[in-house]
Design a protein around this ligand. Sequence first.
Ligand SMILES: NC(=O)c1ccc[n+]([C@@H]2O[C@H](COP(=O)([O-])OP(=O)(O)OC[C@H]3O[C@@H](n4cnc5c(N)ncnc54)[C@H](OP(=O)(O)O)[C@@H]3O)[C@@H](O)[C@H]2O)c1
Length: 470
Amino acid sequence: MICLKETITVARPIAECFDYIADFRNAPEWDSTAFKATKLTDGPVAVGTRFSVRCRLPLGSVELLYTVIAHEAPTRIVLRAESWLFEATDTIELQTTPDGTQIVYQADFNYRQPIAAVEGALQSGMERMGTASVQGLKEALENAFEAPEVSSGTALADRLVWPGLAHFTRLGYRRGRRRWNPDSTTITGQRMVITGASSGLGYEAARALAERGADLVLVMRNEERAQTVVRELQAESGNEQIRYEIADLALMAQVDDLAQRLLREDRPIDVLINNAGALYDEWQQTDEGLEQTFALLLLSPWRLTRALHPLLCRANNGRVINVVSGGMYTQKLNVDRLQASPDNFDGATAYARCKRALMVVTEEWAASWREDGISVNAMHPGWADTPGVEKSLPGFHRLMGPVLRSPYEGADTIIWLAAAAEAGDVSGELFLDREPRTTHLLSRTEESLEERQRLMVFLNSFEHTHSVAA
Ligand SMILES: NC(=O)c1ccc[n+]([C@@H]2O[C@H](COP(=O)([O-])OP(=O)(O)OC[C@H]3O[C@@H](n4cnc5c(N)ncnc54)[C@H](OP(=O)(O)O)[C@@H]3O)[C@@H](O)[C@H]2O)c1
């Protein structure tokens, strides 16, 4: 048997350390050999919860199946690991000290034959690995990371345009994740409002934030689907603090009603995620007389966010996350064309113009709400395989299928912006794969200061009306 034992102390409350360690989905963030982990059992982590953790070997990889066999919050957790290579028992004991929390991590390995015969030769390599992993855990729990800056490689890729576009695929996600820091921020009980949570990116963001204990308000427009989503997420995560609100966000009267309901609850909002969106292939006006792309993609988040501003102000570092699109790179801000006309309607252009405008709004709010302690950022997901993309861009979906990101990979930066401590230090940026990106790939799309001001004046003209285009 090989026995590894390491002790660390971290300046963090014991309960937070326990929750992070006990959830072995976090293992790839701190264990240098682990690269993929999933929770195989629904509900909160407890005795009997199973995880699959895939670890690198000198040649290939091995899947470890972990089962929690003791869960004595917040002082002790024991997990048994099984694989074709070895069995292991990880015993993690925590205690409060004057400096924070002391963690004693012991791992006992029993190799299977024929490796067991040469176990002694593995001892020193295993010890190095154990030390590195537990130091990785210490760094993850200390969670003292700087807000990311754009790397020189990324800046160059964007300047060359095509390499920058290649980052929209799943390869971009894989490239990005090699540089990410762990995120052990505790978000239990934080109130987060997510629009468009019924499918795609919104659903994946809701799912991940539910697992981390956030208090979620999911905005959807179909009651039956909303009930199913809430039921599913509660069962998977064991988090009961998930509920839905119904609103068709293309209708400003419903946006206003939604905002009023949330204002009446009078609870600070920590995070507002403006994610709902659609790319329409036909020109259509809403019952309120607005072109539907403009209504859903721009006026709706503008109106909802402004209405909820008092609740965002009351949070400790309120955050707004606007989901835009790489499609905006093709368009220059043009205030006169935000409401597309029915003549020669092109849904992709109308969509890209509104996303461009939402990016500018993001920057303007970031500047004017800095004093309120609110950070406002935009993200774009790259190209992700969601029901929205499949329905609105079937040809693109077929052609790009093999390189599209999964919905989770597309949603990752939304989740990071909502949760990570260091993400709250940044405002007014556009992110892809947790890295700030340029807002213009082409100099011809750069707008003037005057056009930016016109945009804000134009949107302000909708403040007291939702049926008449200004
Ligand atoms: N997937 C990508 O590659 C990609 C790329 C760039 C940007 N985006 C952006 O990412 C966001 C999420 O898109 P997705 O790809 O996840 O698409 P999706 O699977 O179609 O999800 C869109 C969500 O928006 C909701 N929604 C649409 N119209 C609505 C309305 N009138 N009122 C309320 N909710 C409405 C949908 O609800 P229903 O289920 O009721 O329709 C759904 O929950 C969008 O803003 C999209 O523009 C996605």
